[in-house]
Design a protein around this ligand. Structure first.
Ligand SMILES: NC(=O)c1ccc[n+]([C@@H]2O[C@H](COP(=O)([O-])OP(=O)(O)OC[C@H]3O[C@@H](n4cnc5c(N)ncnc54)[C@H](OP(=O)(O)O)[C@@H]3O)[C@@H](O)[C@H]2O)c1
Length: 329
């Protein structure tokens, strides 16, 4: 049977990675496009999904049998923006999610996978994070708007399943990086921010200073690996409960290792140091990928340095079009 797979947020970091995987994996491969499939990647300019009418029009136009729902506001992080726009991130994401979930129900979409984030987890929680701990306490107050909106998707998924039997579920990726990331120095995540800073330091002959001691550990997932896992979920994961999509806890990387790899990939040879007067943030926030490995039965993650090299190469080659927040000459 022919399938139409609609990807909301299809122009962002994860959406572009999905498009790359769909276009480059051989047809018929586990993570590739199947011959009977049409994939549609939506941008906000196709329709503002905060608006119910515009969302319904997209469903009427494309008649999706499957939806991968990535569209979100505030996903590119930046503590400052999350703190400043708590209500906007709460309300806009609630509207987007509610419109997508309800249109998926009314248009009889066979399957919907929404994307959450590890920030949905309680601030005070026993580590490692796992799929059963989402609702055990309030999220960190710095981003409670975005986090609560995302948490509600899990609540709604269960309600749609129980009342209407819908096949809705969600994924929880850890920190994502890859081509098409947001490199705006004002509000980028740690990897794209350091890549951009190091690139500018090389270009301008200035020092490359990394905030903090470099000691905190994080789990990063390469966007192309994540995209493959989404394709696998689409085909094979039919539980309503969320699934953490991450490398293992034993594959945490320190911020110093990240910065070292960036210096190498950028080819930066100037002064490079850590500003230890700046706060470090939490030392670790490990998440377990035990459930993922149990369900998928094994997955080859791209080695961190290889993925980072690829991402840096993309940034350097696409500086003119990347989301840097800077006016291009
Ligand atoms: N980035 C991370 O490290 C991370 C970590 C965990 C989870 N996530 C989750 O992963 C998903 C994808 O994140 P991402 O980093 O790829 O995001 P992104 O790069 O910021 O892209 C966001 C996408 O959402 C679309 N969008 C924004 N507002 C919209 C609206 N009102 N109507 C319709 N579309 C709208 C954007 O379209 P335009 O660009 O055309 O405006 C874009 O395609 C999100 O749900 C996010 O919460 C991200």
């Amino acid at each position: 049977m022919a399938s139409v797979i609609l990807v909301t947020g299809g122009t962002g970091l994860v959406g572009k990675a999905l498009q790359h995987i769909i276009e480059t994996e051989p047809v018929g491969s586990k993570f590739g496009k199947q011959p009977n499939e049409t994939w549609i990647f939506l941008s906000s300019s196709d329709g503002d999904m905060r608006d119910q009418e515009q969302t319904v029009k997209l469903y009427e136009k494309y008649k999706p049998t499957h939806v991968i729902h990535l569209a979100a506001l505030g996903s590119f992080g930046g503590l400052f923006r999350n703190m400043k726009y708590k209500l906007t991130f709460l309300r806009d994401n609630i509207l987007i999610n509610d419109n997508v979930l309800h249109a998926s129900y009314t248009h009889k979409t066979t399957k919907l996978i929404s994307c959450l984030s590890t920030c949905v987890f309680p601030d005070k929680v026993e580590y490692p994070l796992d799929e059963n701990k989402i609702h055990l306490g309030p999220p960190h107050e710095s981003n409670f708007g975005y986090a609560h909106a995302k948490r509600m998707v899990d609540v709604q998924n269960h309600a749609y399943k129980e009342e209407f039997g819908c096949n809705f579920t969600s994924a929880i990726p850890t920190n994502i990086f890859g081509p098409y990331d947001n490199y705006d120095l004002e509000d980028a995540h740690v990897i794209p921010a350091l890549v951009h800073k190091c690139y500018l330091a090389k270009k301008n002959g200035t020092p490359f200073i990394v905030s903090g001691t470099g000691k905190p550990l994080r789990q990063f997932i390469f966007s192309y690996d994540l995209a493959k896992l989404f394709v696998w979920m689409l085909r094979e994961y039919d539980e309503v409960d969320p699934l953490i999509l991450s490398v293992g806890e034993d594959e945490e990387v320190s911020i110093k290792e990240v910065a070292d790899a960036i210096v190498k990939a950028v080819g930066f040879e100037g002064h490079y140091s850590f500003d230890t007067t700046r706060a470090d943030g939490q030392f670790r926030k490990p998440a377990s990928n035990k459930k993922l490995l149990d369900r998928i039965g094994g997955f080859q993650f791209t080695p961190f340095e290889e993925a980072l090299n690829l991402s840096v190469k993309w940034f350097v080659e696409n500086y003119g079009v990347a989301r840097t927040g800077m006016k291009k000459a």
